[in-house]
Design a protein around this ligand. Structure first.
Ligand code: HEM
Length: 254
C-alpha cells in the first residue's frame, strides 16, 4: 500500500463522521423550523402566548417575613429541583436498564462499567434519592416549626404528606431494581413486614410480591410502580401542592 492510499483509508472514517454530524445539524434545524411552523398554527387556536403571559406576569407573592431571605424557605424548591434531577437521570437509565431477573443485575453493571458516563448518571440517581428524602423531611420540619400547616393551608400540608409517602415509595421500589443481594433481601424483609398488618397483611404481601416469594413478578411490579404509577400520582399531587402555594402565598411568621 502506498503512502497516499494509506492516508485515504485513514481519512475515510473521519469524513463519514463529519458527514453524519452535518446531517445531524440539518435534521435539528429542520426539526426546529417544523416546531416553529406548528407553534404558530397551534397558538392561533390555543393561545399559548396569552396563557404564558398571564402566568409570568402574576407577581410573586409578597412575603411579610424574613423567610424569603432565608435558606429555609428554599427547602421545598430544592426538593423540586431534586425531583427534576431524578426524572432526568431516571429516564437516561431507562435507555439501558432491563427489568428481568436474568438481566437486571447485568444491565446495571453495564451502565456503571461500559455506558459512557453511566456511572455518573446512576450515582446521581442513587445519591439524589437519599438527598431528596432528607430534603423533603427538612422542608416538612420547617413547615411544622413555623406553623405554616395551619388554616388555610391544610390542603397544602395533606398533599405534602402524600408527597412524602410517594417519595419513600420511590426509594423502596427503586431499591429492588439492581437485583443484587442487598436489594433482594431488603425487599424480602421490607415486604415481609407488611404481613404483620392484621387481617389483610398476608394478602397484601402476596399482591405486592406477585407471589409467595420475591421473584420476576415482584421485579415487574416494582418497576411499574417506580417508572409509571408513582410518577403519575406524584405529578398530580405536586400540581395540587403548587396550586395551593400559588393561591395562598407563603405563610406569615408565627
Ligand atoms: C416532594 C416533596 C415536596 C415538594 C417538591 C414541595 C415543594 C414546596 C414548595 C416549593 C413550597 C414553597 C415554599 C417552600 O419552599 O418552603 C412548599 C410549601 C409548603 N409545603 Fe411542600 N413540598 C414537598 C413536600 C411537602 C411535605 C412532605 C409537606 C408536609 C407534610 C409539605 C407541606 C408544605 C406546606 C404546608 C407549604 C406551605 C408553606 C408556607 O406557606 O409557608 N410539603 N412546598
Amino acid at each position: 500500500m502506498t503512502g497516499s492510499q494509506k492516508n485515504d483509508t485513514e481519512r475515510q472514517p473521519q469524513t463519514d463522521l463529519e458527514e453524519t454530524k452535518k446531517r445531524a445539524y440539518i435534521d435539528i434545524l429542520n426539526l426546529m423550523s417544523l416546531i416553529g411552523f406548528l407553534y404558530g398554527a397551534l397558538d392561533d387556536r390555543l393561545d399559548f402566548d396569552e396563557a404564558l403571559a398571564q402566568q409570568l406576569k402574576k407577581p410573586a407573592p409578597h412575603y411579610r417575613t424574613k423567610l424569603e431571605t432565608n435558606l429555609l424557605a428554599c427547602l421545598g424548591g430544592m426538593s423540586f429541583v431534586l425531583i427534576l434531577v431524578q426524572i432526568l437521570t431516571g429516564v437516561l437509565l431507562l435507555f439501558y436498564y432491563r427489568p428481568t431477573v436474568s438481566e437486571a443485575y447485568q444491565s446495571v453493571m453495564e451502565i456503571t462499567g461500559q455506558v459512557p458516563f453511566g456511572w455518573l448518571i446512576r450515582g446521581m440517581h442513587a445519591w439524589g434519592a437519599s438527598l431528596l428524602i432528607v430534603m423533603v423531611f427538612l422542608h416538612m420540619l420547617r413547615v411544622f416549626l413555623t406553623g405554616a400547616y395551619k388554616p388555610p393551608r391544610e390542603l397544602t400540608w395533606v398533599s405534602g404528606v402524600v408527597l412524602l409517602a410517594l417519595t419513600l415509595g420511590f426509594g423502596f421500589s427503586g431499591y429492588l431494581l439492581p437485583w443484587n443481594q442487598l436489594s433482594y433481601w431488603a425487599t424480602t424483609v421490607g415486604t415481609e413486614g407488611v404481613s404483620a398488618i392484621p387481617l389483610v397483611g398476608e394478602t397484601l404481601k402476596y399482591l405486592i410480591r406477585g407471589g409467595h416469594d420475591v421473584g420476576q413478578l415482584a421485579l415487574t411490579r416494582f418497576f411499574a410502580m417506580h417508572v409509571v404509577i408513582l410518577p403519575g400520582i406524584t405529578m398530580l399531587f405536586l400540581t395540587v401542592h403548587f396550586l395551593m402555594i400559588r393561591r395562598l402565598g407563603i405563610a406569615d411568621p408565627l
